[in-house]
Design a protein around this ligand. Sequence first.
Ligand SMILES: Nc1nc2c(c(=O)[nH]1)N[C@@H](CN(C=O)c1ccc(C(=O)N[C@@H](CCC(=O)O)C(=O)O)cc1)CN2
Ligand SMILES: [Mg+2]
Length: 284
Amino acid sequence: MPAQILDGKVISQEIIQQVRAQVDARVAGGKRAPALAVVLVGSDPASQVYVGNKKRQCANAGITSIAHDLPADTTEADLIALVQQLNADDAVDGILVQLPLPGHINAEKIIELIDPNKDVDGFHPYNIGRLALKMPLLRPCTPRGVMTLLEKTGIDLVGKDAVVVGASNIVGRPQALELLLARATVTVCHSKTRDLAEKVRNADVVVAGVGIPNFVKGEWIKPGAIVIDVGINRLDNGKLCGDVEFEAASQNAAWITPVPGGVGLMTVATLMQNTFDAAVKLNP
Ligand SMILES: Nc1nc2c(c(=O)[nH]1)N[C@@H](CN(C=O)c1ccc(C(=O)N[C@@H](CCC(=O)O)C(=O)O)cc1)CN2
Ligand SMILES: [Mg+2]
């Protein structure tokens, strides 16, 4: 039997409606709507799509989005000044700086400058540290979105063997921390991992986030495994494809996320949750 689909479209909409209800209740109670500053530097086409989706879902969730579209030649000093201004602005609850940034800007420096209480991406070392110490506050959107997708589908992770393919700061590392928090046994694989196929073959749960189309082969997937594909790769024909061979993996897996329509949508929905959470914490 082919795998069942972990439906990011349906579950992300559920989350956004949930946030909408929370926002409406907050506004009915006399508070202003949560506000998210969305900072985009340059005109990378994929980033423009993602930022566009974020602004659209803000509108659906009742969150005010404040766009800061900056030219590609914006200096690091100018971006620092903007982040400092947003940190100090009481009308802003969340700050999102879309990645990647142009090469002349030090992304780590910018992330570290964001007030951790407004760090709705959850990338600040303070927030990653809290996640590592089992005291999460603002959690990175993609890994938290993956956990929500699994929870809402009723998939229990306790004691499962999970393999994360990719060790990036945005996906692999925080995903490993999230899975550990859910009491899975976690292996993180990266470019120097020996015999990746063997590692994946033993996994009950596979999360792929390497950014290489069809990198994880369908025949590696253990029968009955859960496959989470975080990759969003744009092919020359304009189509999107994940990091996992979808058709072949579907023959073995019990559950699988599609691309598009899977984790990407959960990332955006989780950003709405994080922005609401930040607003409540800043102004209870
Ligand atoms: N500041 C951040 N930058 C980046 C993050 C992040 O979480 N914060 N993650 C990725 C990209 N990402 C978020 O910005 C993202 C990826 C995918 C989607 C999405 O809507 N995907 C759709 C397809 C959209 C399309 O047509 O291309 C889907 O999967 O169905 C939204 C956001 C890097 N940067
Ligand atoms: Mg850089």
